[in-house]
Design a protein around this ligand. Sequence first.
Ligand SMILES: Cc1cc2nc3c(=O)[nH]c(=O)nc-3n(C[C@H](O)[C@H](O)[C@H](O)COP(=O)(O)OP(=O)(O)OC[C@H]3O[C@@H](n4cnc5c(N)ncnc54)[C@H](O)[C@@H]3O)c2cc1C
Length: 458
Amino acid sequence: MKESLIAEFRSIVGKENVLTSSEALKAYSYDGTTNWIREPDVVVFPTTASQVSAVLKIANKEKIPVTPRGGGTNVSGGSVPWLGGVALVMTKMNKIVRIDKENLTATVEPGVVLQDLTLRIAKDRLFFPPDPQSFLGATLGGIISENGGGPACVKYGVTKQYILGIEVVLPTGEIVNLGGRTLKNVVGYDLLHIFISAEGTLGVITKAELKLLPIPPVKKTIMAVYDDVAAAGESVYRVLENGVIPDKIELLDNWVINRIEEMMPIGLPKDADAVLLFECDGISEAVAKESEQIAETTKKYGAREVRIAKDDEDAAKYWMARKAGFAAVYGKAKTVFAEDVTVPRGKIPDLINKCKELAKKYDVEIIVLGHAGDGNLHPAILTDINNKDHYDRSVKAMHEIIEGAVELGGVLSGEHGIGLEKQKFFDKVTDPVVVNMMKGIKSLLDPNNIMNPGKIWD
Ligand SMILES: Cc1cc2nc3c(=O)[nH]c(=O)nc-3n(C[C@H](O)[C@H](O)[C@H](O)COP(=O)(O)OP(=O)(O)OC[C@H]3O[C@@H](n4cnc5c(N)ncnc54)[C@H](O)[C@@H]3O)c2cc1C
């Protein structure tokens, strides 16, 4: 990149907010995995929407790629600057601008880390339900751009249900406001939602209006233990079918249970094929009744044992195990494939059985954990890119897991996005007319293809 352009960026955001050292370029070259690595030419930290606008105007004129970045915790390559250019890091725009207790909303800048928001609004007994398990690093801009989810989606839904409005800077530099501050809004086309899950390919989010909820007074955690992981999958929809909607239902298989016990022994049943973790929340009478019903239903459908957490400390232990699940998987091998397929919940046992069948067929270990309550599982295969034979078998198994999930009526990605990782499947499983509509929207808003080029397609 021309030195004169870097000088222009320095004059816009300040010298201290532009990095070009080789260490900095490396630090912003990857995402939450190390599966894809590409360095930007320059790293820019804007602190206002007008600075973002000025940077984008230059990039658009010079046709320079711009990759927005929050915490860099995504796992699909979204924040990797695939074609170089500017890594636009939003972490210095990290103010919680307003908490409106009357209207149960908060206005935030995109670089606010989820955990900081959670701790701040908890002081007012409020919470923001979407809870990606990367909450210690993920920012609201990244969460909105991936339409993130987490355990609590079973009852509360995903990010898009909690975004009332956004301020976004278009690739041409215009600053626009979409949506608003009200719960209802049907003024013309719903353009707000085009930017939610756009993976930074349409513009840069510089502010968001969030919908909050009051923290439920009581929570209870229940762990059901199974000798057959597919039976655990069945219990998920049996509990829901019985009219109980817990806020969380998470699944850990035998490999994950043992890996967690190896990292931090907390007394999980190491001989179990799987456990399901449930959480119920609400008023105490309802929580007590729902917990009983969950215990009854899971026992009826194959749980060999049901444990109810004694107190908050006990419950926190179980949830710590789930939070550590992803790190447990990623920390164990040189190369990890962790998928994000989502199926209708009644099909979870079929998806689990498909994974078992493919593990045998390709002689690889397939680990299963994830947000079972949403039908969103993260089947994972540990491999090593340098062991060609094992790696190739793992790739084939992963491809068939995705095809299997789609055949079961599911989708390619529930929460991690397409990014770089799932492009090879995107065209295959998406109606060509729909792909063309998406491409039309992209070229209308970003005619020079500067926003996060190389992602979702190409
Ligand atoms: C241990 C671990 C656990 C995880 N658990 C979950 C989980 O439970 N649920 C889940 O949904 N995800 C999970 N993830 C994935 C990831 O954390 C989420 O995708 C998260 O939303 C990314 O936020 P981020 O701030 O790190 O965004 P980044 O990774 O920096 O960026 C993500 C995407 O958003 C774009 N982007 C970032 N900021 C902006 C902005 N201001 N404007 C426009 N585009 C922008 C980027 O270009 C990129 O395409 C997990 C990841 C890890 C490593």
